[in-house]
Design a protein around this ligand. Structure first.
Ligand SMILES: Cc1ncc(COP(=O)(O)O)c(C=O)c1O
Length: 455
């Protein structure tokens, strides 16, 4: 069964009446973006809204666009059950009275979170990681974790971040918000080009800049789908040590491997506290809960000579942004972790099977439709949500709009993931929201679009 009914390509859902300049005088303005923060004119900040907006304007289009988890298993009753599970955990395992449990869930709470110990048990179970619970900051999604880390690292105008390119737009936007320039590092075919990373760091230093960290997604990266093998992970850690930078490891898709597992995370291999590990429960538990976390075990010396954890510095920033992550949301995630014996691998057995089948179906469909076409190519990820297709014509927002309107199929232009002019010959296909026949139908529509472009 397709996820959406066949689309009438000429129909749009846009209810906004056109502006008639004879009747509607130009609006007076109260502010201009020139007098607001510079990031507000940055394409990175409009990218997510543009992609959401086009999805909502063409609700009947088949969509390879979003990195959203499958919705089939969303169930409000299980949310209630998880709240009850976590509440029982508070009274039975942590020894809280019912009144104290009530307060913990309903009142303002600990800035670094109330499920930090459960996150630690999950990291031990699924990643073999040993983490001090005090080094964990539970955040409003991974997005907040990224923002906290970047805000903390951006100390002066000399500071720059490095990121494997193409890069996740949430990272680029967060960096822009804190005035931290991002220097792209080539992904190459192996997920990160270490020679380019070294060269970029040294070139930046030669210009008087101070590279602070490199953002990297070692498993099934968004958007490239690439993964980094074990030897290269070790070499990356050695490079970080040698060049004295941190690694920001983002890992929302590692659970969704095709069955062969993944190499240890960078944090699991990290013996020198070089890695700040960023986590999200959006794909593995519930996106609507908006819970993520940072593991920040770096030791920080303060001006008064005292030492503490980087997590505590992040906590100070968090206290001024979101105060604390909703304890009710944390309880839903905590309950899910307890119910699955702290293994998100186990909790996502059904989802993993769906994503694996979808990925196989998409790759088979690409082969059968475009395998003989010399100008069209794609990578073959071993898991995750994303496949990149390279084509011999220009791919931009206008083509996406046309694709939605004329052919009823959505995808993401890769140019959204480049800070320069890259990506104009490629598109990202996500396998997470469509299934079975809808993937085939979506690929037929994509083939019609490609044929119309002369391919
Ligand atoms: C690479 C990457 N990092 C972080 C996030 C954001 O995670 P969260 O929803 O927990 O803020 C996403 C979401 O799509 C992502 O793809």
């Amino acid at each position: 069964m397709p996820d959406a009914p066949p689309v009438d390509p000429t129909r749009t859902a846009d209810p906004t009446p056109p502006v008639d300049p004879r009747v509607d005088p130009p609006p007076t303005v109260d502010l201009t973006t020139a007098e607001l923060h510079g990031s507000l004119e940055d394409p990175a900040l409009t990218s997510m809204n543009f992609l959401n907006e086009i999805t909502s304007r063409f609700p009947r289009a088949l969509s390879f666009a979003p990195g959203r988890p499958v919705e089939r298993f969303f169930d409000l009753e299980s949310v209630h059950e998880r709240l009850r599970t976590f509440t029982r955990h508070l009274t039975e395992e942590r020894g809280l009275s019912p009144e104290e449990a009530n307060r913990l869930l309903c009142q303002y709470g600990r800035t670094k979170g109330v499920v930090h110990d459960l996150v630690v048990r999950h990291l031990a179970r699924d990643q073999g990681l040993r983490v001090d619970p005090e080094a964990v900051v539970v955040t409003v999604g991974c997005q907040e974790a990224m923002f906290l880390v970047l805000r903390a690292l951006r100390a002066s105008e000399r500071d720059v971040l490095l990121s494997v390119s193409p890069m996740y737009v949430g990272l680029t936007g967060a960096a822009r918000l804190v005035d931290l320039p991002v220097l792209p590092v080539a992904a190459g075919p192996a997920g990160i080009d270490l020679d380019d990373l070294t060269a970029t760091i040294r070139a930046a230093r030669a210009r008087g800049l101070r590279p602070r960290a490199c953002y990297v997604m070692p498993d099934f990266a968004n958007p490239s789908g690439l993964s980094i093998d074990l030897d290269r992970r070790r070499a990356l850690l050695a490079l970080a040590e040698r060049e004295d930078i941190l690694l920001l490891e983002d890992n929302p898709y590692g659970v969704f491997h095709g069955g062969d597992g993944t190499p240890p995370t960078l944090k699991a291999l990290d013996t020198g506290r070089r890695v700040v590990h960023l986590g999200s429960f959006a794909k593995t538990v519930l996106p609507g809960a908006r819970v993520g976390y940072a593991v920040a075990d770096q030791r920080v010396r303060s001006a008064d000579g005292g030492t503490g954890l980087f997590a505590d510095q992040l906590s100070k920033i968090k206290s001024m942004i979101t105060v604390n992550t909703s304890p009710i949301s944390q309880a839903v995630v905590g309950g899910a972790l307890i119910e699955h014996d702290f293994s998100l691998e186990r909790a996502n057995a059904r989802e993993r099977a769906i994503y694996r089948d979808n990925l196989e179906r998409l790759l088979a469909g690409l082969r059968s439709r475009f395998g003989a076409h010399p100008g069209i190519s794609w990578n073959v990820p071993a898991g995750g949500f994303f496949v990149c297709v390279t084509v011999p014509f220009t791919v931009d927002d206008a083509l996406l709009e046309h694709s939605a309107r004329r052919h009823g199929v959505l995808w993401t232009p890769m140019s959204h993931f480049y800070s320069d002019t890259g990506g104009t010959d490629a598109l990202r296909l996500s396998i997470s929201s469509l299934s079975g026949a809808a993937i085939d139908e979506g690929l037929d529509r994509l083939a019609a679009l490609f044929a119309e472009q002369g391919h």
